[in-house]
Design a protein around this ligand. Structure first.
Ligand SMILES: CC(C)(COP(=O)(O)OP(=O)(O)OC[C@H]1O[C@@H](n2cnc3c(N)ncnc32)[C@H](O)[C@@H]1OP(=O)(O)O)[C@@H](O)C(=O)NCCC(=O)NCCS
Length: 130
């Protein structure tokens, strides 16, 4: 519960026309230029219709507002993230995540999730080629 209250402001949700929640996703800033996509879920009966892609796009838009140039996720859904341009990386390139969260996780150090990473497109730096 304490985790939910601590992170509730990170969440975006999508609604059906009837006002039911159809998807959620959180963007957690992890470092000055690095964000994490967390808790991405699309309702079972609404999958494969582009909603997951739209939730990640909303996170990327927020990254641009917050000047986060890089984003990652720990996931079992490598193929989904690959379709969105993410690449698989070794978790050792995400030391901040290891310090903040992983060290407290029951799975640590044998996490079976895959780390996927993306340079956020459309930031000032990438747009100007710097
Ligand atoms: C992963 C998840 C969020 C995807 O949501 P979705 O709305 O079905 O995804 P989209 O329809 O936006 O799919 C985007 C692309 O990924 C592909 N894709 C989606 N899920 C896929 C899967 N499980 N395996 C392979 N490809 C997949 C789609 O075919 C689509 O491809 P395209 O580029 O040809 O259009 C959803 O399956 C889910 O909620 N899973 C359970 C929770 C979970 O694992 N979340 C991830 C935590 S990090």
């Amino acid at each position: 519960m304490i985790y939910l209250y601590g992170h509730v402001r990170n969440f975006s949700v999508a609604e059906t026309p009837e006002g039911e929640i159809s998807a959620c996703c959180a963007l957690a800033p992890v470092w000055e230029d690095l964000g994490e996509i967390c808790s991405l879920v699309v309702r079972d009966d609404l999958r494969r219709q582009g909603l997951g892609r739209r939730m990640v796009a909303a996170c990327l838009e927020e990254c641009r507002e917050l000047h986060l140039k890089k984003i990652f996720a720990l996931t079992y859904q490598e193929v989904f993230f690959a379709r969105l341009g993410f690449r698989v990386v070794d978790k050792s390139v995400l030391p901040q995540k290891i310090w903040v969260d992983c060290a407290h996780c029951a799975k640590y150090p044998d996490c079976d999730e895959t780390a996927v990473f993306l340079d956020v497109p459309g930031t000032l730096e990438t747009a100007t080629g710097k």
